[in-house]
Design a protein around this ligand. Sequence first.
Ligand SMILES: [Zn+2]
Length: 266
Amino acid sequence: MAATLGAMMMRGFRVAFVVFGLIGAAFSGGAVSAAPSVQVIYLLPADRQESESYRNAAEFGVRHFQAWLSNALKGPTFRLADPAVRIVRSEKNAAWFRSTDRYTGYSAFYRNTVDELTRMGVVRFNDPASRFLVYVDADHACGQSGAGGNGVAVVSANDLRGLSGERVVPACDRANGAEIPGRCRWIGGIGHEFLHTIGLMHPDRSPVCQTAQCRAEALMMQGYVTYPRAILLDEEKAQILRSPFIESGIRTEARACANAITPLVR
Ligand SMILES: [Zn+2]
């Protein structure tokens, strides 16, 4: 997946986020804060119908990754919001989310989506109480992609299709290597983006991930495509365990993501 938005962010945006963060902290002062949790958002453009199977598929996928992560970390994982999936309706049509009127480049779909949800008061960057995993029932354009960073991950209609066993629609003329069917790959995708939201980067500069094998297996490189056969590096596990969004004692349920019985992790 594309690099985190954080790495691409212009300096001016960073400053704006800090200011928003301070305002948010002032507003929430005095409130009893719940444990930090992960909120899944199923975002419906105005010209899309709500799908119960999409909602269920998004929840299944995030719960699957919750269990996978617990297994990989030998216990700890993230807490899900209750209810895990929040359905949000936008007044914008699906095509608006891929428009390049205001942003260009691979992150335009991400930025449009975050702008809309921020305007609606649904998400904010780097919220100390929430990480947001947003499923938009809209297709991104060729050259755009899902992305995660600054506490918010955004993925598009193919994620919903893939998780639901529907045919994936390539964004460009031909499918790329990640636009493949199979529920597991799309769970690996949201897992990869979630870890971006808590600060993980691609380990392409890590001395311990310079081999083709590591790059194929690492969840934060290409491993999301072969999930649940994917690995976290030891240094990544250490970073994840430092996140306030990771805690012990969360009950998870390990289920197979493929139709065939497969081990959850190897
Ligand atoms: Zn990535």
